[in-house]
Design a protein around this ligand. Structure first.
Ligand code: AAT
Length: 292
């Protein structure tokens, strides 16, 4: 029922909007953290919307979930302990499960309602919760990481919403410091890092914080997700000081992992070429982001 003006006034992408034809509203509710909406669209299947912002659709979720997961996990040999922040839909868990080396998968999602409604409406994503290696923690990631012992994880994936609302603190320096502490030497972070078309300043801020915090290596990667604003989304890949990590050429290629391409649902988007290509930046983005 928001007025048209409100739709064009999101501070993350002022003056623009993107619309999908709604065939049927399947769920509408409000948690203590956000408004949750699920609808059936005409062309993208079911859509999950939080506080008016598209988080995923059936049609293009593969691009986001596969890239945010395999970019970090294919960059280190034999990942064992993995943490997911956010990701209550379960899609990233589904992707992590393809890695046979993984022994434990912790997930910290703030909103129980997101988990519950995704179990009802997105079975292809919430299937990720069925893996016996998964341990669910419902709570704020800031608090969770504060209590995580140093050096616990090989990889941390921050699959969080935009930094307005419950994810506000997840782009700030103290948060990145707790992530670095929670990683083992040479451990890796992959963080949802917005669009190079829209959020240069935010990305520059995150890059400069991460370069100070992670002494190993820091890179920006990006991919195409048609239903995210500007049709592109980026990822920040950071390695903690320790055994060197070369994100640009995967040391643990998915094609060589027993059954990984076909386990559960077939991989649709990620492959080693897409991995390498994700780090290739257009000239304007090179200029704006590579000095960091
Ligand atoms: N895989 C779907 C993509 C998402 S969902 C992001 C999730 O992060 C949401 O379920 C939200 O409840 C959770 N979240 C937000 N803040 C916190 C927090 N502080 N602690 C734990 N979980 C949190 C992201 C899509 C990105 C869209 C880009 N425009």
């Amino acid at each position: 029922k928001a007025s048209k003006l409100q739709y064009y006034n999101n501070p993350m992408w002022p003056g623009e909007t993107h619309s999908l034809k709604v065939e049927k509203i399947l769920y509408q509710g409000k948690s203590p953290y956000q408004e949750v909406l699920i609808f059936e669209s005409l062309t993208y299947g079911k859509v999950l919307v939080l506080d008016g912002i598209v988080q995923l659709t059936d049609k293009d979720e593969c691009a986001y979930q596969e890239m945010i997961t395999h970019l970090p996990l294919c960059s280190i040999p034999s990942p064992k302990k993995v943490l997911v922040i956010g990701g209550g839909d379960g899609g990233v868990l589904r992707e992590i499960a393809r890695h046979g080396s993984v022994e434990s998968i912790d997930i910290c999602e703030i909103d129980q309602l997101v988990i519950d409604v995704c179990k009802d409406f997105f079975p292809d994503l919430s299937v990720g919760f069925k893996d016996p290696r998964v341990r669910l923690h419902v709570g704020d990631a800031v608090e969770f990481l504060r209590n995580t012992p140093e050096g616990t994880y090989d990889a941390i994936i921050v699959d969080s919403s935009d930094p307005i609302g419950p994810a506000q603190e997840l782009v700030e320096k103290p948060f990145f410091e707790t992530i670095a502490r929670a990683l083992r030497p040479g451990g890796v972070l992959c963080n949802q890092a917005e669009s190079m078309w829209l959020h240069t300043h935010l990305i520059q801020d995150m890059l400069s914080i991460c370069c100070e915090t992670f002494k190993g290596s820091v890179h920006y990667a990006w991919t195409s997700v048609p239903t995210y604003p500007s049709g592109a989304i980026g990822f920040l890949l950071c390695a903690k000081e320790g055994p060197p990590v070369n994100f640009l050429a995967p040391i643990n290629p998915i094609e060589k992992l027993e059954g990984a391409m076909t386990a559960g649902r077939d991989i649709r988007f990620y492959n080693t070429e897409m991995h390498k290509a994700a780090f290739v930046l257009p000239t304007f983005a090179k200029r704006e982001l590579e000095t960091y």
